[in-house]
Design a protein around this ligand. Structure first.
Ligand code: PLP
Length: 371
């Protein structure tokens, strides 16, 4: 049996047809840049999150750059972020001429913790970027207090956490601004690139709305030098359909995660995802850890099961970041995560037969290796 790491499946049944209808609607409407589809999605997404504004942009990376630019990150600033994230989080800081300062995550949740961040604050620190990693919302209370105490801006990288909550409040609605990605495999995914900046601050929303469209306030009136990073109309129409099913799809992800958690409990040396109090997890990624990661990955591959590694190289040790002078051993937990993490297939539409196969193969692997 072959099990893909991820597949686009018609789940819940009929969603594909609705997406196709949305695409046809845009094609026939012939409004291909911005327009009512983008506005409708922005309104609905902000409403869903309980946030003031959502502004659609070209992708998650641009959302991060624009969010940080909007809150005033300038060259020379230091911005603290977790070392264990997708490289886009760090690149966005560099794009603004600021310096990324990498923090170790919490050993249980792999998300940032206020206590670790506080040690890294200097007179140059302007902001903290939290990443709701793998789909688990960060514990936001202490981080918010820290930002308040040191007058820091708080940016949320919510690219993996559409619908995740802390104390029943949605990830992406806590900070001065948040960045979402709608990369196709995300919990809320487009059929191409897409992203959004979410904020409760009217001035931030107004800045991003202008900046993403060449700095225009009205046609041919440009008050600031902006860029072109508009959310594509076709993507907005598709996202608006898929947003209606986000909650249901997240619940299905959570159900599948519970099956893994129950069935793989106490298997070999496996470390399974741990949910922190009050933090919901929407399982964009189902991450497990074992010191036998490479062997397990290979074994599953032989059984036809595709897995992934998030992430195989820590950012601070990437050649692109040599200029920051980090060395091996500087961030031991982040480096250990790189060597032990494995992501199992988990997506809406994964069948019971497929999941049973994955579980029995993982168990078989550990039964054999402990012999
Ligand atoms: C944590 C994180 N931040 C940022 C991004 C960047 O998003 P995009 O690929 O839409 O530019 C991604 C995903 O790709 C991500 O996982």
């Amino acid at each position: 049996m072959q099990v893909p790491y991820f597949a686009f499946r018609d789940w819940p049944a009929g969603i594909t047809q609705q997406v196709e209808q949305a695409v046809t609607g845009v094609l026939r409407g012939q409004q291909y840049i911005l327009g009512p589809e983008v506005e409708a999605f922005e309104t609905n997404f902000a409403k869903f999150l309980g946030a003031g504004y959502a502004v659609g942009v070209g992708n998650g990376f641009d959302a991060l750059v624009l969010a940080m630019k909007a809150v005033g990150i300038v060259p020379g600033d230091e911005v603290i972020l977790p070392a264990n994230t997708f490289i886009a989080t760090a690149n966005a800081i560099v794009q603004l001429g600021a310096t990324p300062v990498f923090a170790e995550p919490d050993a249980k949740t792999y998300n940032l913790k206020a206590s670790t961040v506080e040690k890294l604050i200097t007179s140059k620190t302007k902001a903290i970027v939290v990443v709701h990693l793998y789909g688990q919302a960060c514990e936001m209370d202490e981080i918010l207090q820290l930002c308040e105490r040191y007058s820091l801006k708080l940016i949320e990288d919510a690219a993996q956490a559409h619908g995740a909550t802390f104390l029943n409040q949605f990830a992406g609605s806590f900070g001065h601004a948040a960045a979402f990605s709608f990369y196709p495999t995300k919990n809320l995914g487009a059929i191409g690139d897409g992203g959004a900046v979410v904020t409760n601050d009217e001035a931030v929303a107004a800045f991003v709305t202008r900046y993403r469209n060449y700095g225009q306030t009205a046609k041919y009136q440009n008050d600031i030098v902006g860029i072109n990073s508009r959310l594509d109309t076709l993507q907005a129409a598709v996202l608006d359909v898929k947003l209606r099913y986000l909650q249901q799809q997240n619940e299905e992800r959570q159900r599948l995660a519970q099956v893994y958690l129950q069935e793989l409990n106490q298997t070999g040396d496996l470390l399974l995802p741990i949910s922190a109090d009050h933090c919901s997890h929407v399982y964009h990624i189902f991450n497990i850890r074992t010191r036998l990661r490479d062997k397990l990955k290979e074994f599953l591959q032989q059984q036809g099961i595709q897995t992934a590694i998030h992430y195989p190289v820590p950012i601070h040790l990437q050649p692109a970041y040599h200029y920051l002078n980090y060395k091996s051993g500087d961030l031991p937990l982040s480096e250990e995560l790189v060597n032990t993490s494995l992501s199992l297939p988990l997506f809406p539409g994964l069948t019971e037969t497929e999941q049973d196969h994955i579980i029995s193969c993982v168990k078989k692997f550990f039964a054999q290796t402990s012999d």
